[in-house]
Design a protein around this ligand. Structure first.
Ligand SMILES: Nc1nc2c(ncn2[C@@H]2O[C@H](COP(=O)(O)OP(=O)(O)OP(=O)(O)O)[C@@H](O)[C@H]2O)c(=O)[nH]1
Ligand SMILES: [Mg+2]
Length: 297
């Protein structure tokens, strides 16, 4: 069989389960997940080998109405992920249904090769899916439709098989044992940010960013990581640190455990919280997380 290789971008509204699906399909925790919307901020590549095919999956930030410069850059990153791909997968939270945002995204897919993937099938009766499929196909004709549960894995193998045969013929772009192109220092910052999403509430996770300052291998094989959490307001800093440092300690402990299993070695993680008003409008802060703030289409 001749090799196949192509990009499939996972697009959708915030919280549809895009990152959960990417992790499920690659079998690794590459993209952070939380119950809150707008968790993913930049494109994350997941590399899946399936028979003779290399499927390059692109997780993207959810598409929503952006306000801040950070938000605009996130939405632009999602659309450019779709533009660069051979195939767009519109991922829809079947429990939330066909919202105005989902209709809007479907409308803007026009002309691109697109498949419809209804997610969270574990939460809805199959009969409820049919009207959604009809409504979305009336907006944009989807070449294929799948029903999956990214959490249970139901339907995911069928989707992967279909993706493998839909990839264009061509040589593989990445070594077969690679899982992502994300550098370890960015993965480390993301796992800290995931804990901020899990452990703090209201505007705090949205007003925080994490940057790895240094990532040093030690002679004993362990790695020392120093990361800075930037917060927008003084009040946020106090909440993130918590009484007697309890919150930041817990954020560090959980992130460290995940990093240890991802990097398969001992990790020493040091977190520093700094107040920096307006970081979400700052070019350097957006660049640090790989967002170049390209104008949306
Ligand atoms: N029950 C159920 N929950 C799911 C499924 N897929 C994802 N979730 C949950 O939905 C929530 C959002 O998942 P994410 O993967 O972060 O969603 P996302 O689309 O990447 O969200 P953004 O990055 O914010 O756009 C998490 O709490 C997941 O556990 C599913 O198939 N079934
Ligand atoms: Mg996500």
């Amino acid at each position: 069989m001749s090799p196949r290789c192509g990009f499939a971008a996972i697009l959708g509204a915030p919280n549809a389960g895009k990152s959960t699906l990417l992790n499920r399909m690659t079998g690794a925790k590459l993209s952070i997940v939380s119950p809150k919307a707008q968790t993913t901020r930049f494109r994350v590549l997941g590399i899946v080998m399936r028979g003779a095919a290399q499927i390059l999956l692109v997780d993207t930030p959810g598409i929503f109405a952006p306000k801040r410069r950070l938000d605009r850059a996130m939405v632009a990153a999602a659309w450019s992920g779709a533009k660069d791909a051979d195939l767009a997968l519109l991922l829809v939270d079947a429990k939330a249904g066909v919202t105005a945002m989902v209709r809007d995204i479907a409308g803007r897919l026009g002309g691109r090769r697109a498949w419809l993937v209804l997610n969270k099938s574990d939460l809805v009766a199959p009969a409820a899916l049919l009207p959604m499929i009809a409504e979305l196909n009336a907006i944009t004709p989807f070449a294929e439709t799948f029903m999956v549960s990214a959490v249970t894995g139901d339907g995911v193998d069928t989707l992967l098989d279909a993706l493998a045969s839909a990839m264009p013929e061509g040589p593989h772009l990445y070594p077969a044992d690679e899982l992502t192109d994300l550098p370890d220092r960015l993965l480390a910052a993301e796992l800290v940010r995931e804990q901020i999403f899990m452990q703090t509430h209201e505007e705090i996770p949205y007003a925080a960013t994490v940057e790895t300052e240094s990532f040093r291998e030690r002679p004993d094989g362990s790695v020392r990581i120093d990361a800075t959490i930037y917060v927008a307001r003084p009040g946020h800093k106090a909440i993130l640190i918590g009484a007697g440092g309890s919150r930041i300690k817990e954020i560090g402990a959980k992130a460290r455990a995940q990093l240890k299993s991802l990097l398969e070695r001992e990790v020493h993680l040091f977190l520093n919280v700094k107040e920096r008003a307006g970081w979400d409008e700052e070019t350097a802060r957006l660049r640090a997380i790989g967002l170049d703030d390209a104008p949306p289409e």
